[in-house]
Design a binder for this molecule. Structure first.
Ligand code: F6R
Length: 611
């Protein structure tokens, strides 16, 4: 949440920072702002998206080789010009941007008010900034030193960038909990919340760790801890191509990412699953295979779409590995007093690897002796660093705020882990194991076939776009897919949608059914297919509109459905990788038909780094 960008070097900072902010807009788009050190401090900020900021600065002097910029997802204070970052200290000499939340800001604010400080915004950021300025003044010290002293008292999460009018050749940065990457160029440095604003300039980056302060000049990067000890910057090579962060001819990132799925699932399986020989190679998991097999239970911890992947995985692990699995919302898990036994295996599932609730939840479990495995998309993310081991999903950069390709990659990885454990534990026989390996390897081609239904789904979206509510129903492995379909629709089209286990619908939601309610059945062939067909009949009997996702060759469901979307036949364990795709398309096209900005749905942000 919130994207931050900084530049220092030989170029003009403004175009670099603005372009970077556009790349990071998926992290929040309530307001945007920029500060430039340019013989003084120049600060421009505007409510709304980065384009509004660009318009506001037309004709302004935006020169300067040092600059910081921010795109905001509001926490403290409504989206407005005055709450937009950067903020400037009371003395007027320091500008700061911030991603995160300062939890003890109220107490510090009161202390500063007593000293005569005034505040022009409602943000916690302005409080931290003036706290830093106050320390700098009282101790007559450098900005770097004042930041260090201030941060020792701060409770909360932050990534901050500061520039000082009186030292325009330095950016001071620090992080705890919110990400910060520094790109290393020739006599220039780039700072950002993730690597997407950096990749076109350099592939050499340093991921700053929690409790580190960076003193960044054009030709120098110094890292220190909060105890003022020098740290050696660990330079890594970015594994990211520019094309991966551009739309490449698609109207939206979301559509591009839906269409990338045959490739991203293939990338996820590549080098790991050898279906012919029946081997699954996953280094991190292999190392903990013994502990996973002997675990009293596995707990999946995640939020949102990643939590839905955990629900599918629960069914798969219990079926194949015969290990009890619990699936927890990270936000609930972290604030109750969960019973965790030494040796419990936690699987943290997260696209961004930065979700605050998931991060804190696993830290808590780790303290109590659990083994933490991460199923993550972003390499080097905070959750990756806290985990003992794990497996990356290799879905590539996901920019659309609604998660699509990361979800299917999560399912692919979790299925491989379950298969590997089941095979090692011998909880499934070889025949089933080999058959499932083959099923999995065929998925990318089958997803391509599902995508051929694109125009058909688009036409359906026109037919149903004006519905007020939607109900999504599924059973077994497809129950979490019903939840996911409903979540996608809510996010993108702002239509109220609920996902339910198909049979549970009789215990309440059936009261909603009338001739206006579209009911989406995720009804691919499985062991209990006849049951969901009966549920369709129940909806039809009450005049609901039935849209069914069915397996090719199913001749019964179409007779009960107003519309069908057909997917290739697949084993029920891998079927969710197919059945979710039309639901992603349906949500996308309904959102587009209603005229919404599907890549940046209102109120949402991609990386939820606040609790
Ligand atoms: C939904 C969506 C969110 C995320 C959730 C967790 O489309 O994107 O529900 O799934 O915020 O994010 P990660 O996976 O980054 O932990």
């Amino acid at each position: 949440m919130c994207g931050i960008v900084g530049y220092i070097g030989k170029r003009d900072a403004y175009p670099v920072v603005i372009k970077g902010l556009k790349r990071l807009e998926y992290r929040g788009y309530d307001s945007a702002g920029i500060a430039l050190a340019n013989g003084g401090l120049k600060v421009y900020k505007k409510k709304g998206k980065v384009a509004a900021l660009e318009e506001a600065v037309i004709g302004e002097d935006v020169k300067g080789h040092t600059g910081i910029g921010h795109t905001r997802w509001a926490t403290h204070g409504e989206p407005s010009d005055r709450n937009a970052h950067p903020h400037v200290s009371n003395g007027g000499s320091v500008a700061m941007i911030h991603n995160g939340i300062i939890e003890n800001y109220a107490q510090i604010k009161n202390e500063l008010i007593k000293k005569g400080y005034t505040f022009s915004s409602d943000t916690d950021t302005e409080v931290l900034l003036n706290f830093i300025e106050d320390i700098k003044k009282n101790n007559d010290c450098a900005l770097e030193e004042a930041v260090r002293i201030a941060l020792r008292r701060i409770v909360g999460a932050y990534c901050i960038l500061l520039i000082d009018r009186d030292d325009p050749d330095t950016i001071i940065a620090a992080r705890k909990g919110s990400p910060l990457v520094i790109g290393i160029g020739k006599n220039e440095h780039f700072l950002a919340s993730d690597a997407s604003p950096i990749v076109e300039y350099t592939k050499e980056v340093v991921y700053v760790n929690d409790y580190e302060i960076a003193i960044v000049r054009a030709d120098e990067l110094i890292l220190k801890n909060l105890g003022n000890e020098r740290q050696t910057p660990f330079i890594t090579k970015l594994d990211m191509e520019l094309a991966s962060i551009e739309k490449c001819g698609f109207d939206h990132f979301m559509l591009k990412e839906i269409f990338e799925q045959p490739q991203t699932i293939f990338d996820c399986l590549r080098g790991r699953l050898d279906a012919e020989n029946g081997t699954i190679t996953m280094g991190g998991i292999q190392h903990y295979a013994e502990q996973i097999m002997n675990a009293g239970r596995i707990i999946m911890i995640a939020c949102g779409t990643s939590w839905h992947a955990g629900l599918v995985a629960e069914y798969i692990f219990e079926e194949l590995c015969r290990i009890p699995v619990e699936v927890e919302y990270a936000s609930e898990f972290r604030y109750r007093n969960p019973v965790i036994h030494k040796g419990d295996v936690i699987i943290a599932i997260s696209q961004s690897g930065e979700t605050a609730d998931t991060l804190v939840a696993i830290e808590k479990a780790k303290e109590q002796g659990a083994i933490i495995l991460g199923v993550l998309n972003v390499v080097g993310s905070s959750i990756a660093r806290v985990s003992h081991a794990g497996a990356y999903t290799h879905a590539g950069h996901e920019i659309g705020v609604a998660s699509t390709k990361a979800f299917t990659a999560q399912l692919a990885v979790l299925t491989m882990i379950a298969l590997k454990i089941a095979h090692t534990k011998k909880s499934i026989d070889d025949e089933r194991y080999f058959a499932l390996c083959r099923e999995l390897i065929e998925i990318p081609d089958k997803v391509s076939l599902v995508l051929q239904q694109n125009e058909h789904v688009k036409a359906l979206s026109e037919k149903y776009k004006d519905a007020r509510d939607f109900l999504y129903l599924g059973r077994g492995y497809n129950f979490p897919i019903a939840l996911e379909g409903a979540l996608k629709l809510k996010e993108i089209s702002y239509i109220h949608a609920e996902g339910y286990p198909a049979a549970e619908m009789k215990h309440g939601p059936i009261a909603l059914v009338d001739e206006h309610l579209p009911v989406v059945f995720v009804a691919t062939k499985d062991a209990y297919h006849q049951k969901i067909v009966s549920n369709m009949q129940e909806i039809k009997a009450r005049k609901g509109k039935v849209i069914s996702i069915i397996t090719e060759g199913d001749t019964v469901s179409p007779t009960l459905s107003d519309d069908v979307i057909v997917v290739p036949a697949a084993d029920e364990i891998v079927a969710p990788l197919l059945s979710v795709v039309p639901l992603q398309l349906l949500a996308y096209y309904i959102g587009v038909a209603k005229g919404y900005d599907v890549d940046k749905p209102r109120n949402l942000a991609k990386s939820v780094t606040v609790e």
